[in-house]
Design a protein around this ligand. Structure first.
Ligand SMILES: Cc1ncc(COP(=O)(O)O)c(C=O)c1O
Length: 408
C-alpha cells in the first residue's frame, strides 16, 4: 500500500488547518436552476434541501450563461469540432473559435493582439513566465489575487527582485519604485483592477502617471499589468472594466471569460510583441490543452452580446440593483465599502459572527459567501454579496428582508 505512510501525514496537516479555522467547508452541490418567473429572478436547487435559493455569490455579473446565443454557439461548436480540443494549441489544438475569440477580445479591449488561456489564473502564470528575465523587478499591491502571488513563485522571482505596496497606496508605490536596486532592466507593476474581496478598484490613472515618470530609468521601462477579471464586462459605461471607469489604461490587460461573460477561460491583451512572447514562453499556454471549442465559441457570443444593446440593458439593471442593495445597507446603518461595483461587501469584522450570519442566510434561502482570515486580513471579516443582472427588485428586497431577520 504505497500511500499508507503518506496518508496519515496529510490527514494531520488537514486537521491542523481545521484547528486553525483555515480549512475549506465541504462543497455544496447545485442540482438545478429554476428560470426567472414573474417578479423573481432565477433560483437554485441545492442537494439536500427543498428550498429554492437566491444566489448572491456568483461572478456571472451579466447573467449571460443561460442566454440562448451562448448555448447555441457552444452547441454548434461542439457539433462542428467536438467537446474537447484533443491537443495543445501548437499541436493542431487551435480551432477557428479560439482565433475568433482572440480577435474579438483584442477588439473589445482596444489592443492590437490577445491570447486566450484556459483561465485567468493560468493567463497570469503564463504572462509572469514570459515577462520575467534575470533583471526583471516586480512590484504588486498587497491585496493582489492569489494567482499573481503564485505567479511570482512559479516564475522564480527572488525576494530581492520584488516588493509589495500597501493596498491602492500610490505614495507607497512611489517608494517601492524609488527603491528598485541598480542593475534592473525591466520593472513590472502588477495589480488587480477590481479587488474581488472588496469591490474597490485600483487608482489606474495615478498608477499609470507615476510609472510613466520612472519609465526612462530602466532599459525596458516600467510596465503596468492589470488583472481586471472582476471588472471586464461588468464595470464602466460599456463594460470595458476598470480602464473605462478610470479613463486610463494599463500596458497589459488580463481578464477572464468566467465571470461577467458567464463562460470560462482567460486572456492576455497587449501589443503584438508581448502576445507573441507569451505564445512562445508561457508554459501554461504551451503545455496544457486550451479551452474547448464550445467554450471559446460561447465566449465569442458573450463578448458580442456584452457589446450590444442587450449587454447595455444587463449592465443598466446590474447598476440599478447594486444601487438598490447599497442603499438598503446604508439605510440600516450597515458598514460596506463604497463604490459602484456589483461586489458589495458587508463588513462584519468578526469570524464567528460572519460564519453565523452566512449560515442563517442559507437557512433563509440565500447563498452568500463569508470571507475570513486568511482570505481577508483579520478584522476585515466580510460577507460578500454579488449582484447579477438577472436579480430583480423583488430579489433584492427579499435579500434585505433576510438580512433584517438574521441581524435582529
Ligand atoms: C483578480 C482575479 N484574477 C483571476 C481570477 C481567476 O479567474 P479564473 O477563474 O478565470 O482563473 C480571479 C477569480 O477569482 C480573480 O479575482
Amino acid at each position: 500500500m504505497p500511500l499508507d505512510r503518506l496518508d496519515p501525514t496529510l490527514v494531520s496537516q488537514v486537521d491542523a488547518l481545521r484547528e486553525e479555522g483555515r480549512a475549506k467547508a465541504p462543497e455544496r452541490i447545485i442540482e438545478g436552476c429554476i428560470p426567472a418567473e414573474g417578479a423573481l429572478g432565477p433560483r437554485y436547487k441545492m442537494r439536500g434541501s427543498d428550498q429554492a435559493f437566491l444566489r448572491m455569490n456568483s461572478n456571472s455579473y451579466l447573467s449571460l450563461s443561460h442566454h440562448p446565443d451562448l448555448l447555441k454557439a457552444a452547441d454548434d461548436a461542439a457539433h462542428a469540432f467536438g467537446a474537447g480540443p484533443g491537443a495543445v494549441r501548437f499541436i493542431d489544438g487551435t480551432f477557428a473559435p479560439h482565433v475568433e475569440l482572440e480577435c474579438c477580445i483584442s477588439g473589445f479591449t482596444g489592443r492590437p493582439a490577445a491570447r486566450v488561456f484556459n483561465s485567468a489564473y493560468t493567463s497570469i502564470l503564463g504572462l509572469a513566465l514570459a515577462l520575467t528575465g534575470k533583471d526583471t523587478y516586480w512590484v504588486g499591491d498587497e491585496l493582489n489575487h492569489n494567482c499573481i502571488i503564485r505567479a511570482m513563485r512559479v516564475a522564480n522571482v527572488p525576494r530581492e527582485r520584488r516588493s509589495i505596496f500597501r493596498h491602492n497606496d500610490v505614495a507607497h508605490l512611489r517608494e517601492c519604485l524609488d527603491a528598485v536596486p541598480e542593475g534592473i532592466g525591466r520593472v513590472v507593476v502588477i495589480f488587480d483592477g477590481i479587488f474581488s474581496m472588496r469591490g474597490d478598484h485600483a487608482p489606474l490613472q495615478e498608477i499609470a502617471d507615476l510609472c510613466a515618470g520612472y519609465h526612462e530609468r530602466f532599459r525596458d521601462g516600467v510596465i503596468t499589468v492589470m488583472d481586471d477579471s472582476h471588472g471586464i464586462g461588468a464595470y464602466g459605461d460599456t463594460g470595458r472594466g476598470t480602464e473605462e471607469h478610470c479613463g486610463a489604461r494599463a500596458d497589459v490587460l488580463v481578464g477572464t471569460f468566467g465571470k461577467a461573460f458567464g463562460v470560462n477561460g482567460g486572456f492576455v491583451a497587449a501589443s503584438e510583441a508581448v502576445i507573441e512572447a507569451v505564445r512562445q514562453m508561457a508554459d501554461t499556454y504551451i503545455y496544457t490543452n486550451p479551452l474547448g471549442a464550445p467554450d471559446a465559441a460561447a465566449a465569442v457570443a458573450a463578448v458580442r452580446l456584452a457589446d450590444s444593446d442587450t449587454g447595455r440593458g444587463q449592465l443598466a439593471n446590474l447598476r440599478a440593483r447594486t444601487l438598490q442593495f447599497r442603499a438598503g445597507l446604508e439605510a440600516r446603518g450597515l458598514e460596506s465599502i463604497d463604490g459602484p461595483h456589483p461586489v458589495v461587501p458587508l463588513l462584519v469584522r468578526d469570524t464567528d459572527r460572519t460564519r453565523g450570519l452566512v449560515s442563517n442566510l442559507f437557512e433563509q434561502g440565500v447563498l452568500a459567501v463569508g470571507l475570513t482570515f486568511p482570505v481577508v486580513p483579520r478584522g476585515d471579516e466580510t460577507i460578500r454579496f454579488q449582484i447579477n443582472a438577472a436579480h430583480t427588485e423583488a430579489d433584492i428586497e427579499q435579500l434585505l428582508g433576510s438580512l433584517d431577520r438574521c441581524l435582529s
